[in-house]
Design a binder for this molecule. Structure first.
Ligand code: ADP
Ligand code: MG
Length: 663
């Protein structure tokens, strides 16, 4: 049952119960009523007219107005989507694709995966009956690689276009191209809808030569409070603020906090739960704390969406996924820390760095808006008014600041040259050059204009960063496909280690059983091997401080990668205990990610001479190998390397790589 706080809905529901036959699902009546109360419902006729009239339409509307959940259903019931084609709705985030698909399936009264389904990387919940399909934009780009005219679809909805994720930007071009190709070939037309909360409408209108339609929003006033002085620890300030609100406001007013990422959120969840426990029995309403981030297992994500029981309060600690992609009911208080974790690429160093950055004003306003969805609300910004004024107006599109090797490979597989592709915002030329050079070095492309090699074609089949695909492909040469698949699968998901602060020492001891002087990748391999040989997996994980679900996820990813490897005719082989082979295979794809020990016992990266340190979570922390390969750089104050393997410099010579002279 949803939205019990609304007396209007409650009343209606009672009436309905009297009228309806006994076997009618009460939950569904309530859902149908809720659908009709959404702002987009009133505009239905006008909206459908405009959609009929235009082959491409831009739709702007406040978050929560019903764009994502309702418009596809309108298209289906009105017949605009035809009688067989699919309505594809793309989302920049998995969480959104999954939670919205489930919501819409329940509104339609069907099981997810039948009429309404979703498809995200490594998880396809659709069937031949699926007519409304929510998918990540990355998945649709993949589909375009084997079907450039997107022939399964009668309508493609590019949702959350304002987020300007790399894959959305690629898709804007790819979908427009598919639409044109169909026109040229006299095939049934492809309708395009571009939807967004707020965005640079003129730019989109011009790019698509299409009109924009504004949905009237429903926004209650939100009172904004800024921090009086600059805060050093925004996460701490946010928690303190949350508990002040908890002390001072009625129980039915839920709280939403914007933080940056999984680790930070999990740590905050632990602290918040501890405080909530201490407050138990002191006259406070019961407080339930929920994390919300993309990597969270689906069923846990969905917990945050459940309305809180009367007299209880929800505290949700979320990444920017709750900014516009998903709507959570009951929120009256928003705490905005003003930061977001963003992937930034340095074309000169060739590295993608995940770092915490200030949000733009547009994002801050979106966050503020989340407090005023259902009634007047309050937004607490843990930064000062001056700090707000200094924020940039709009976020920089991701395409202009991330690694483009994967995108270039995808585009080439669709038959498009990234150097001439008509992006809405062109990525910097040097980033494109770096991407093409990277693909050349991996052996995926050659010539000018760049052409896919056979290896490149095979690489494009894997939904991975090209460097990791290269590791898999090259592993056959080192007789370790099995191990490469395992490690790449584990690196594709979230960490398999749990780290309960109260039992840190025990966790450390349990973990040391898998440790290897060869590094973190071999350690991951040890964990997975032990996990695979265990029967009582759940209990075993618990004993060993391992994340059962994340391991399960990795196992299913591995299975799918193994299938792709089989299709690519890769030779099955295992290196057994000779895990040096695995490290050699890793080097084949990640040769740009090396760091060298200096005389003063610090590390610098080989390619860009950047000072770095071994992350404390690494099994190599405390040891000083002279050459290490890393999987990622995290910038939190200083730059830390995570996911390490010890490399023997003689292997570089074998490959013709030359330390120091590497370009
Ligand atoms: P928009 O795309 O315009 O931001 P949505 O279509 O996502 O709006 O959401 C419309 C409404 O549907 C929300 O206000 C919320 O009440 C409801 N809703 C959406 N997703 C869920 C969900 N997963 N669980 C419960 N309610 C949901
Ligand atoms: Mg939406």
């Amino acid at each position: 049952v949803f939205n019990e706080s609304s007396s209007k809905i409650q009343k209606y529901e009672d009436n309905q119960q009297n009228i309806q036959a006994e076997n009618v699902d009460k939950g569904n009546i309530n859902l149908q009523q809720q659908r009709k109360s959404l702002p987009v419902y009133k505009l239905r006729k006008r909206l459908l007219e405009e959609i009929r009239r235009n082959s491409t339409l831009i739709i702007i509307g406040e978050t929560g107005s019903g764009k994502t959940t309702q418009i596809p259903q309108f298209l289906l019931s009105s017949g605009i989507a035809g009688s067989s084609g699919c309505i594809g709705v793309t989302q920049p985030r998995r969480v959104a694709a999954v939670s919205v698909a489930r919501r819409v399936a329940s509104e339609q009264g069907v099981e997810t995966g039948k009429l309404v389904g979703y498809c995200v990387r490594f998880e396809d919940v659709t069937s031949s009956q699926t007519r409304i399909k929510y998918l990540t934009d990355g998945m649709m780009v993949r589909e375009a690689m084997t079907d450039e005219i997107l022939s399964d679809y009668s309508v493609v909805i590019l949702d959350e276009a304002h987020e300007r994720s790399v894959q959305t930007d690629v898709l804007l071009g790819v979908a427009r191209r598919a639409q044109n190709l169909r026109k040229l070939k006299n095939l049934p037309p492809l309708k395009l809808l571009v939807m967004s909360a707020t965005m640079d409408v003129d730019k989109f209108s011009k790019y698509f030569q299409a009109p924009a339609l504004y949905l009237e929003g429903r926004q209650h006033p939100v009172k904004i409070y800024h921090a009086v002085k600059s805060q050093e620890d925004y996460a701490f300030s946010a928690l303190v603020t949350a508990f002040q609100i908890h002390r001072d406001s009625p129980a039915n007013e839920d709280i939403l906090v914007f933080l940056t990422g999984q680790e930070e959120i999990e740590a905050a969840v632990v602290s918040a739960r501890q405080v909530a426990k201490q407050l138990d029995g002191q006259g406070y309403p019961p407080l339930k704390v929920f994390p919300l981030y993309s990597a969270l297992p689906t069923h846990q994500q969905l917990e945050a969406f459940k309305p809180s029981a009367p007299g209880m309060r929800k505290l949700i600690l979320s990444t920017n996924v709750a900014e516009t992609s998903v709507t959570i009911g009951g929120i009256r208080h928003v705490i905005d820390t003003g930061v977001v974790k963003a992937r930034t690429h340095h074309p000169t160093t060739g590295l993608d760095v995940l770092r915490v950055e200030k949000v733009s004003k547009a994002q801050a306003w979106q966050r503020t808006g989340r407090a005023g969805r259902e009634a007047a609300g309050k937004c607490y910004r843990t930064y000062t008014k001056e700090e707000f004024e200094r924020m940039k107006e709009m976020p920089v599109p991701e395409i202009q600041r991330c690694s483009l090797a994967g995108v270039a490979l995808q585009l080439l597989a669709i038959g498009v040259d990234i150097t001439t592709f008509d992006f809405m915002d062109k990525p910097p030329k040097e980033a494109v050059d770096v991407a093409v050079t990277c693909l050349e070095k991996l052996g995926a492309v050659k010539g000018s204009p760049p052409q896919l090699t056979t290896l490149g074609r095979t690489m494009s089949l894997f939904p991975l960063d090209p460097r990791f695909t290269k590791v898999i492909l090259a592993s056959t040469e080192h007789q370790c496909l099995e191990e490469a698949l395992t490690v790449v699968a584990l690196l594709s998901g979230e960490s398999v280690f749990t780290d309960p602060p109260a039992k840190r020492q025990q966790a450390y001891v349990a973990r040391s059983r898998f440790a290897s002087p060869e590094g973190d990748h071999v350690m991951l391999l040890n964990v997975f091997r032990a996990y695979s040989n265990t029967k009582q997996k759940k209990a075993w994980c618990h004993e060993n401080f391992l994340h059962h679900r994340n391991l399960e996820y990795a196992a299913s990813v591995r299975q799918q990668l193994a299938m792709l490897a089989e299709r690519a005719n890769l030779e099955k082989a295992s290196c057994g205990t000779n895990t040096e082979q695995l490290r050699k295979a890793l080097l084949e794809g990640l040769y740009d990610n090396l760091a060298e020990l200096q005389r003063d016992q610090t590390y610098i990266t080989v390619s860009s001479k950047q000072p770095v340190a071994i992350h404390p979570s690494s099994t190599l922390h405390g040891s000083k190998p002279s050459l290490i390969l890393f999987t990622e750089i995290v910038a939190t104050g200083r730059c830390y390397l995570r996911g390490l393997s010890v490399i023997d410099s003689s292997w570089l010579a074998e490959k013709g790589f030359n330390i120091g002279k590497h370009d």
